[in-house]
Ligand binder design. Structure first.
Ligand code: 5GP
Ligand code: ZN
Length: 154
């Protein structure tokens, strides 16, 4: 999308980084994407990838942006593995304050992992029963297939 037509929020810190008003440690850039080091990394090389357009959460991101984003995420992650010697990486994305989102310009965290780095994520817990698990899946599936997820096809 041409720069002039992109949504922008002048008060958004990531829009200000895109505009060059705030510096960043750039890792990757193309016409629609910018990736730069997180200022408070969970691990060295922790990178944020953003669309240059201002979309507050994943729900506002137009699907047409997905391919370019995916290509960029793969480039950065592959570089983390090769250049930093990471043994793995997380690709995480927080949406809404309850999920820890603090910057309301959708962004993807690429966090390199090293053996013995001590990071502990995913405090997983089984459902109380298989029946409950199926009920949750069925409720979500019904909602989605009834076309009640606004914006999913835009
Ligand atoms: P969230 O919690 O919203 O998923 O992640 C926001 C991330 O943006 C945080 O990890 C935070 O360290 C990072 N961040 C916030 N402000 C800036 C900034 O001005 N520059 C950079 N490089 N990262 C930032
Ligand atoms: Zn923004």
């Amino acid at each position: 999308m041409p720069y002039a037509n992109r949504p922008v929020d002048k008060d958004c810190v990531f829009c200000r980084i895109v505009a060059g008003a705030i510096p960043c440690a750039r890792v990757y850039e193309d016409e629609n994407i910018l990736a730069f080091l997180d200022i408070q990394p969970i691990a060295p090389g922790h990178t944020l990838a953003i669309l240059k357009g201002h979309y507050p959460t994943l729900l506002e991101v137009p699907p047409r942006e997905a391919e370019g984003l995916f290509i960029a995420l793969k480039k950065v992650a592959a570089a983390q593995l090769k250049v930093l010697g990471a043994g793995g990486f997380h690709c995480l994305q927080n949406n809404f304050p309850l999920a820890g989102q603090t910057v309301f310009h959708a962004h993807w965290h690429l966090i390199p992992r090293a053996a013995g780095d001590g990071l502990a994520l995913w405090p997983g817990q089984a459902y109380e029963s298989d029946k409950r698990m199926r009920e949750v899946a069925e409720a979500l599936h019904s909602h989605i297939t009834a076309g009640r997820c606004g914006g999913q096809d835009e």
